[in-house]
Design a protein around this ligand. Structure first.
Ligand SMILES: [Zn+2]
Length: 359
């Protein structure tokens, strides 16, 4: 569709430079992916190669070496698979109890959030969290070993990541552990660990200059720290057009999912989205009625098999967009986006900083 519509598909670094120089061609688009999931490798990457679409992939390197699903995604997926079933929650809740997993999406999302908050607050290790997922899967009749073997909700391995065509796919920074600590030393360490891990996989240190906020958690507090690390751009999940008026550490991005229709997508790439109904992006707490349809999105992604890449739309315009876009982000290819609104809604859902992993 991007090719059909004669979009100018630019590597992110070039798009950022040309945006600053007022030199963007018409319909400029930079395509990005977060995490570097295994499904990117087997589904999206071959398509990018076939259509010669340059893309940037932001990788939280801690997870590349782990052949396990990311906890939040795995938990959400298992609750969806086990909807309607009775389970013992065990340590997934502060007060372990026997309950029926809601079939209603909103109630199930609330249960997932409660579990996520509890697990983060308790500071369980990765292997403890794996055990909890395995326990939940056993109760709902999902064969855990098969789930792992299929590599659902897992990242590319270091070898897979290192094997991608670097002329096509630009691997960039997303913190090592997918976290945004508010203490400078910890934040900088996350970036350094991320850079060191990618360098160990063969990526040139000097070229690791673009960053994406984990969970879309962008905060101007980070700007000076990014600057001192020599970072050239930082990408958010705010659906908007990139302009020179904004900081290059505040690059907006259209999060594309299965639910974005072709017409809507074309509205973005053609600039028509500038005329769509407008609403403030940063709604006060309480204005957003519904939490993101986290599990429902997985449902969609599974039934359709391929989640369209999500990308940054970088044209030289500024618009506001409907807030609803922020709350219906995909999961399989864009796990971050589901967490943005939650993180801003209340402190309790903000992922805890890693106990014991940083010093
Ligand atoms: Zn992410």
């Amino acid at each position: 569709m991007l090719r059909q519509d004669r979009c100018s598909l630019l590597p992110l670094s070039e798009a950022v430079e040309r945006l600053a120089r007022r030199d963007l061609p018409p319909r400029s688009v930079a395509v990005t992916f977060d995490e570097g999931m295994y499904d990117f490798y087997v589904k999206a990457y071959p398509l990018l190669a076939a259509y010669e679409v340059p893309a940037t992939v932001y990788v939280p390197t801690y997870y590349t070496a782990r052949r396990r699903p990311i906890f939040d995604l795995g938990c959400s997926y298992l609750l969806w698979r086990g909807r309607g079933q009775l389970v013992e929650t065990g340590r997934l809740l502060a007060s372990p109890r026997r309950l029926r997993i809601p079939t209603d999406t909103t109630a199930r999302d609330a249960l997932h959030l409660e579990m996520r908050a509890q697990v983060n607050a308790a500071g369980y290790s990765s292997s403890q969290k794996d055990e909890m997922l395995a326990g939940l899967s056993a109760q709902i009749g999902v064969e855990w070993s098969e789930f792992l073997a299929e590599r659902m909700l897992q990242l590319m391995s270091p070898a897979e990541l290192a094997s991608v065509d670097r002329g096509l796919v630009d691997v960039q920074l997303h913190t090592h552990r997918h976290r945004t600590p508010r203490r400078r030393a910890l934040f900088v360490k996350e970036l350094r660990d991320n850079i060191n891990a990618l360098e160990a996989m063969g990526f040139a240190r000097d070229e690791l200059r673009h960053f994406c906020y984990p969970s879309g958690d962008a905060d101007p507090q980070f700007y000076p720290w990014l600057r001192e690390m020599g970072i050239k751009s930082a990408t958010t999940c705010e659906p908007n057009y990139a302009t020179r008026a904004r900081s290059h550490f505040d690059l907006p991005r259209l999060v594309d999912t299965m639910r974005v229709t072709n017409t809507e997508f074309r509205a973005w790439t053609s600039g028509v989205a500038a005329f769509m109904p407008r609403r403030r992006y940063a709604a006060p707490i309480g204005e957003v009625e519904q939490p993101p349809a986290l599990v429902g999105d997985i449902d969609d992604a599974l039934t359709t098999d391929f989640a369209r890449p999500w990308g940054a739309v970088a044209t030289d315009r500024a618009v506001a967009v409907p807030l609803r876009r922020q709350t219906r982000s995909g999961v399989l290819s864009a796990p971050d986006a589901t967490m943005i609104r939650l993180d801003r809604r209340s402190a309790i859902t903000r992922p805890a900083e890693p106990p014991g992993t940083l010093s």
